[in-house]
Ligand binder design. Structure first.
Ligand code: 4AD
Ligand code: MG
Length: 459
């Protein structure tokens, strides 16, 4: 018989006759003449209860089924007398597909996140991580839906690149050279390497996206990005996914309008299309989550200048671990103070000092600040980083010179400012930080299937 997914069964309004389900056993308990099993197939949070009675020809086998085993069951779908479940299956055939011996690590009902991180290859078989990765999948679709509805074109920007978009030098090198042999000369020999020049994994698709915004108008890229920054925090991973819209004829205000619309759309989508899985997070992971989500949906996000934010922090009387100083890059404790305690809602911080921002941001008329914007949200801090881009060739060239960026590497980028340059803007939203925000999960390692962090690449 054709297999049916448990999600479909549980949603059924009427009896379906005989059905076949396949999945992994969460628990089994036996009583006189019966064995009861909770079966999950990953299609949804809910399990279906299987009743196997001792008239089954292979009842002895059924009694050997252990937690974690994969089974195939055929039987009649009947209304369940049990509480909290509409249907159950009265089995007429139970077949073991794959046994899980007693050392299957997910025996207990609850395990710590730390323990589950060590078995990341199995953790998606728990309720919490099953829910997390269904939400992750759904939110990816939501991003594409949002942009499709708005007429943006989806762009595949390269993963291997010859330029450092953020100019922070936090890149992973891509090479075919033997690191031992190539070290002999004491000098890097890119001429003998695959691309004939230095190549790295991308930290952002922005520079390529800009080229296409200046052709197709509105574009976005959504893909993996890589950062070799040595920060072992709960908000950083070395490989993460980023959504990057880039819009021609768009200024900083338009950029912020877009960011606010995107975040509100995504929260709405999660609540509407992932309600069962979201309930797990609002009920069990973070009791304050629903309130945060309401704030994200219903408030108008604050927009303030960096310099005013620094004044607020200095006047707050708060002792921060990192002392606040004018001109410094804000730390996540400062960002969270502003979003969580001061404004109690998301805020856009605009117009940062030019010295702490990358070369491509548009210089403001004051000559001191650039048209940068970060979106700060409760619990996370920065979730979006972006800017209006410097579209004036001369200004851009000057800025690159100041920052010692080799023009040869960026000749094509500069070309875009020579041929029909227009004001344009964009930003990057960290997809993992978005998932942390909407689920209340506090460690970024728990929202990505196999996290990569300094000193750790086990899976
Ligand atoms: O602020 P960032 O560095 O901005 C850029 O890369 C721009 N080029 C994007 C653009 O304008 N198209 O990164 C954007 C976002 C951050 O706000 C954060 O949410 C996320 O990417 N992010 C990280 N997420 C997880 N781990 C890391 N190590 C991250 N670094 C940045
Ligand atoms: Mg940033």
């Amino acid at each position: 018989m054709e297999r049916i997914k448990i999600k479909k069964l549980l949603a059924s309004d009427s009896e379906m006759g005989r059905v076949t389900v396949k999945g992994w056993v969460r628990t089994r308990r036996d009583s006189k003449g019966f064995s009861f099993m909770e079966l999950n197939d990953g299609s949804c949070l809910g399990n279906i209860q299987i009743i196997a009675d001792n008239t089954l020809p292979n009842y002895a086998d059924a009694l050997s089924i252990t937690t974690g085993s994969a089974i195939s069951v055929t039987g009649k779908l009947i209304p369940s007398p049990g509480k909290g479940q509409k249907w159950e299956i009265h089995a007429d055939s139970v077949e073991i597909v794959g046994q899980a011996p007693e050392d299957y690590p997910l025996q207990k009902k609850r395990h710590s996140d730390e323990f589950l991180r060590k078995i990341a290859h199995l953790r998606s078989r728990t309720n919490k991580y099953g829910a997390m990765f269904r939400i992750r999948s759904e939110m990816s679709w939501a991003i594409h839906n949002f942009y499709r509805e708005k007429g943006f074109r989806y762009l595949h920007t390269p993963i291997i690149t010859g330029s450092d978009c953020e100019g922070a030098g936090e890149m992973f090198r891509v090479t075919v050279l033997d690191p031992v042999a190539s070290g002999k000369t004491g000098k890097a020999d890119y001429a003998g390497d695959f691309f004939g020049q230095e190549a790295n994994l991308t930290v952002s698709g922005q520079l390529s996206a800009e080229m296409f915004a200046l052709a197709l108008g509105d574009v976005y890229t959504f893909g993996p990005t890589f950062r070799a920054e040595n920060s072992n925090t709960s908000r950083h991973v070395a490989e993460f996914w980023m959504v990057e819209p880039e819009m021609a004829f768009c200024d900083l205000q338009g950029n912020m309008d877009h960011g606010e619309e995107l975040l509100k759309y995504l929260v709405t989508h999660a609540l509407e299309f992932c309600s069962e899985d979201m309930n797990l997070f609002t009920s069990f992971v973070d009791k304050g989550l629903q309130k945060v989500l309401n704030t994200l949906l219903n408030e108008t996000y604050e927009r303030i200048n960096y310099e005013d934010a620094v004044d607020l922090l200095l006047k707050s009387g708060r002792e921060f671990e990192y002392k606040v100083e004018k001109g410094m890059d804000l730390q996540s404790e400062h960002e969270r103070f502003l979003a969580e305690e001061y404004f109690k809602k998301p805020l856009f911080l605009m117009n940062y000092p030019r010295g702490i921002k990358p070369f491509y941001m548009r210089l403001n008329d004051d000559g001191r600040t650039v048209a940068a914007v970060d979106l700060l949200v409760p619990r996370i801090g920065e979730i979006i980083g972006g800017s209006q881009r410097e579209e004036r060739l001369e200004m851009l060239e000057k800025r690159m010179e100041e920052m010692n960026l080799p023009r040869e590497n960026y000749w094509w980028y500069l070309d875009s400012r020579r041929f029909g340059s227009v004001p344009h803007s964009g930003f990057g939203m960290g997809f993992e930080r978005l998932l942390m925000l909407i689920t209340g999960v506090t460690n970024i390692r728990d929202v990505i299937p196999f996290p990569r962090t300094p000193g750790s690449i086990d899976f």
